[in-house]
Design a protein around this ligand. Sequence first.
Ligand code: BGC
Length: 765
Amino acid sequence: MKRTRISRIGLGLLLGLNSACLLAAEGPAVPQPGQSKDDFINQLMGQMTQQEKIGQLRLVSVGPDHPKPVLLDEIAAGTTGAIFNTVVRPGIRDLQDAAMKSRLKIPLFFAYDVVHGHRTVFPIGLGLAASWDMGAVATSARIAAEEASADGLNLTYSPTVDIARDPRWGRVSEGFGEDTYLVSRIAETVVKSYQGKGLDQPGTIMAGVKHFALYGAGEGGRDYNTVDMSLPRMFQDSLPPYRAAIDAGAGAVMVSLNSVNGVPSTANKWLLQDVLRQQWGYKGVLLSDHGAVMELIKHGVAGEPREAARLAIAAGVEMNMNDDLYGKELPELLKAGAIQQSDIDRACRDVLAAKWDMGLFKDPYRYLQGADPVDTDAESRLHRAEARDVARKGMVLLKNQGDVLPLKRNSTIALIGPLADSKRDVMGSWSAAGKAFQAVTVLEGMGHATRGKGALLYAKGANVTNDEEIIKYLNEYNQDVVIDKRSPQAMIDEAVAKAKMADVVVAVVGEAQGMAHEASSKANLRISASQLDLLKALKATGKPLVLVLMNGRPLDLRWESENADAMLETWFSGTEGGNAIADVLFGDYNPAGKLAMTFPRSVGQIPIYYNHLNTGRPFDHEHPNKYTSRYFDSQNGPLYPFGYGLSYTSFSVSDVKLSSAKMHKGDTLTARVTVKNTGKRAGETVVQLYLRDLVASISRPVKELKGFRKVMLQPGESKVVEFPIREQDLRFYDGSLRYASEPGDFKVMIGLDSDDVKEGQFTLL
Ligand code: BGC
């Protein structure tokens, strides 16, 4: 599905392949017993030619720009550092064999976008985040690492920890939502789960956290767009998740494609050196994004390719993904004195260090040992039980009027909708090495659940869109969207006929997976007209209407929320999606997911997020006033707030009790509530702690998430939930970027979503 195409003319010549080939072959780069990493790398670098050092900085994908035979020669000449997008062991072995023919036998590493699972596909990031369940997050990442390493991979370009507050951006699907605290907790969990107890352990892969930095804050939600952000907000809200991933030990960082306050990240010395290296002490390797070095020309900070390469290497971008500019331009830049030998040495050292950490010098074939699987796509390689469990944990019940859910198995159910039987869509975008034929659709999942019991009637009812341009866009690379050639009315008629025969209608609607991906920003967040027409016709039958939403971003669901009886947000839930959805619909699993991103009422409210500032004229629902911060044609608040999600049971939360009304620095206060299951089923909920600094040197948000606990309660059962609050939890970046707490009053809010909270208050002395 890729994009920047760079001419390869003269690359071999510029890389000095011929001269490199003429150097005498030397022994393999293997550490001596007891040799330290630094010592080994120093020794190795002492043997390397300039071309070999620069070669280590090339991160290449086999493809039209790099046909395999040419690439094999380049690798054998010692002028390639790593490969991405090759995901099967025989392919990887061929490439590593070529590296073992090179003079110094420096192994390649192999990378891939293992974003939400590898062969077994788990829910998209936004769905995983909605579980608020670090055990589930850890399971999905650990299995992804096991499966990816079993295919020979050493590094993944994930987790994506960009804070996302604009659902127009397609990549909100990939990250973990809008909140700094929640995204940071997930970031560290994912990194630790990928990397295990150490990358030398089996079944681990290196995490490549991305996209550094602020990729989620592009103006207008348009992918790749400009980011302009105040420094306090940047440090307070957007940078912490990257830092959390780094503090958790992420071995690689991918630099973002956007500019940050005027300077593209790829050329941003302040971001990459001052913040990342110096302030945060990051020691790992820094990768460019795809074609990003060349894009410095279009950003308008470099006049020509050589200058682009100079800016990127000087800023500290160490591996250049797929545009070959380092290979071509660095030798000349060095000769001309425009860059220093130390720029190249530093980058080469970090690449070699990453390879050392991956255990590749000890064994370049460490993930290629043993026989290759006879069938790469073998069913036995999947982790279905875990995928099903994690998928259902991320589902969010948005509405359940009259307890229409759970469904009764012995009823007649009309299952309708363009996404009800789509194997490709249920997997979501960035579904890595997952195979659609192995995915379970909602039709299949409900079929398993109702077999021998009630009746399941199915009709597609509509195409996911009737807009020819959008279909063309979605099918540009693969025929992912299969269009039913019948007229829209004929499809609706069939669906309505089935609906009329049923006790309840379940409509599976939302987005095609390609609508929530890279380069898939949207200006309109309503579901397509074809699907809305279908829903209106189904509604007109008078049958109870349950919506199963399958989508990768918050949508404008005003019509749906008013007209459907129940709505279950299932995201793109992965290989076992259909079974997991059936588990929730039939009540075999009681939903407990909570939104990780605010659902707006309309596009016009964006950006809308729960932790906004109060303003000097906040709108007050109870005493509406014209000259307050509001829209005159829309309500102020979201349709569904951050942290929101229902259950098949109900919960109550007691008043907040604080262990003290005063906190001295160094104290730990305890905030306590009692949560009770007031309904008839066992269920889990997520108790959320928010804090507000009432008066400070700069305006502080109306609330900020500072803790959460997921609790399971039997009917009638109560549990005391306690949150420690420390002075560190009250710190923030002030106008001069000083990170400290300020004495004064703080509000404590605890509840089951960000809107519905109980309050307490204390004073920091
Ligand atoms: C994306 C990255 C991805 C890379 C390699 C880029 O276009 O922005 O997130 O890791 O491609 O596939």
